[in-house]
Write a protein that binds this ligand. Structure first.
Ligand code: DAH
Length: 338
């Protein structure tokens, strides 16, 4: 028996597996239920007592040798030829594709809605001068309405600031182009405000401007109704409340009707069912003049809205700060295909 085991040890020592299957049959041959080792162990009973010790340890030794052999070669066949296992013609898996930021989704949706009725996109600098952000818009120095938009200045120069609204882009656009003008200016704006669930020092606006002969307030109203229906659904109702902006006259704020179906509707609409979504008005003739447009010949309307506010409403987001934290768990929830 001892001799037989020694022969087997030698055999195992000399064995080199050629493939994964080869190693597998080696394993079954030795360690399988009806394998060599089990049969050795069962014939162990017949070994005379005085030889038991020596034979037992040699069988155990053989077993370890077999296990080591398997362990040593087990990994060498994996990834043997990794390239041949990859199907290079397979379409890319979309599982790990990122999602678009909800602010970009809403911005793109707003832009799309106005593109369909002929608005083009215009953009301007985020670092502005006093003229384009304030003075040309009927907000001369010392005008109290400047307090509505607490401003970040760049260094100590009062003429260089971070734009507080994208209305500055409409000034630049009118200075360069002649009517008819139909343009939409999306962009990032800055205000020196305390950060909370409802306010941030950086946010996004979309400003619209339409200038031509005989543009009237009813054109404005119809355009905004179209927008509200496209954005929030066919049944959406709007109302315009008189308001004040230095650059428009008359000015209005636009509310959409949410109704009061939940506690949160009650809270965000302050019990009225109506929620403000944008500011608008007929461009003040003085602003047209400042920008080189003849107010005798042309009239126009403008409107401006906050993208975060619309995104909060659309996606039911209660805290505006989530848009800026870039927490992947939050961002992953939004449609990746748009
Ligand atoms: N610029 C305003 C703001 O940031 C928004 C606004 C209101 C823009 C009325 C307009 C407008 O063009 O007509 O609060």
């Amino acid at each position: 028996m001892l001799k037989k085991v020694q022969e087997l040890v030698e055999k195992v020592n000399n064995y080199t597996p050629e493939s994964e299957e080869d190693l597998n049959s080696f394993r079954i041959e030795y360690l399988g239920k009806k394998g060599v080792l089990n049969s050795l162990f069962s014939s162990f009973k017949e070994v005379p007592v005085e030889q038991k010790k020596g034979v037992g340890s040699s069988i155990n030794n053989l077993k370890s040798l077999v296990q080591e052999k398997i362990e040593d070669y087990k990994d060498s066949f994996e990834d043997e030829d990794p390239v041949s296992e990859i199907d290079l013609s397979k379409p890319v898996s979309l599982d790990n594709l990122g999602s678009r930021h909800p602010i970009s989704l809403v911005r793109n949706q707003i832009v799309g809605i106005f593109n369909r009725i002929g608005y083009t996109i215009s953009e301007g600098p985020e670092i502005e001068d006093d003229w384009h952000n304030f003075s040309a818009l009927n907000l001369p120095e010392e005008h109290p309405a400047r307090d509505m938009q607490d401003t970040f200045f760049v260094q100590t120069n009062p003429d260089v600031l971070l734009r507080t609204h994208t209305s500055s882009v409409q000034v630049r656009y009118m200075e360069k182009k002649t009517p008819p003008i139909r343009t939409l200016s999306p962009g990032r704006v800055y205000r020196n405000e305390a950060i909370s669930a409802r306010a941030h020092c950086i946010f996004h606006q979309v400003e619209g401007l339409y200038i031509d002969e005989n543009v009237s307030f009813s054109d404005l109203k119809q355009t905004l109704l179209y927008f509200a229906k496209e954005m929030f659904g066919e049944k959406t109702k709007i109302r315009l409340r008189p308001s004040y902006f230095p650059f428009t006259e008359p000015s209005a704020e636009v509310d959409i009707y949410l109704g009061i179906n939940t506690d949160s509707d009650y809270r965000i609409t302050k019990g009225t069912g109506w929620l403000e979504i944008l500011g608008c008005g007929m461009v003040d003739p003085n602003v047209l003049k400042n920008c080189g447009v003849d107010p005798e010949k042309y009239s126009g309307y403008a409107f401006g809205m906050g993208v975060e506010r619309i995104a909060m409403l659309k996606y039911g987001v209660k805290d505006l700060r989530l848009f800026f934290e870039n927490d992947v768990r939050f961002l992953k929830q939004f449609d990746r295909s748009v």
